[in-house]
Design a protein around this ligand. Structure first.
Ligand SMILES: [Mg+2]
Length: 210
């Protein structure tokens, strides 16, 4: 494996996805909006590929509550955007080694809005947020958009992720290599127990498999 670019997933790869705090945030919003908002939101794909206010309006959130909900959501995402141990050092090391770095994340607009204030700001050569580009993984266009922004061919890039959204096979289908990451001592998520490619249990581990 001698890629020119290393492209990372965000949730459960560079940061934790904490089911409990996500659930708390959704319940808080649900209490404000009522009428089964959480279920409507959960089943809406638009939250990942549209501006957040558009997605909230389409989930029938009353106009006068939208700003308040945006504030709640930003607070939750700000607390979530904490790099996993060793992630920032590893990204810096990869840059020193000459790799181009990319990010492809399926996320709501909140992540893009908060990105400049996170420890990740300035560490990537290309960041592809689904909410910005209007497509999500495993749509080939989201991978190709990242490769194009990095100026590399897909076969010169490796994707690192926990496998949600069929993202690892999606990366392979466009010609990229793929590395599975899962928590140490735990099974991979998303039915990837039999993953036949390289796997790591921490971000620093990526340095050992490139
Ligand atoms: Mg993920």
């Amino acid at each position: 494996m001698r890629p020119k670019a290393v492209i990372f997933d965000l949730w459960e790869t560079l940061i934790d996805w904490d089911r409990e705090s996500a659930g708390r945030m959704l319940r808080e919003v649900d209490e404000l909006v009522g009428s089964g908002f959480a279920a409507r939101w959960d089943s809406s794909h638009r939250r990942y590929i549209a501006p957040i206010r558009t997605a909230l309006a389409e989930a029938l959130v009353p106009e006068e509550l939208i700003e308040e909900i945006c504030t709640i959501r930003l607070g939750y995402h700000r607390r979530a955007l904490v790099p996993r141990p060793g992630a920032v050092d590893t990204l810096r090391r990869l840059r020193e080694l000459g790799y181009l770095l990319g990010l492809i994340t399926v996320c709501s607009e909140d992540i893009e809005v908060l990105w400049p204030e996170t420890e990740f700001a300035g560490l990537f050569d290309a960041e592809i947020f689904s909410s910005r580009v209007g497509v999500s993984k495993p749509d080939p266009r989201i991978y190709l958009a990242c490769c194009e922004a990095l100026g590399v061919e897909p076969h010169d890039a490796v994707f690192v992720g926990d496998g949600a959204n069929d993202e690892l096979e999606g990366a392979r289908r466009v010609g990229m290599q793929a590395i599975l990451i899962h928590r140490p001592g735990e099974r991979p998520l998303w039915g990837l127990e039999d993953w036949d490619g390289p796997r790591v249990t921490s971000i620093p581990g990526v340095l050992d498999v490139l």
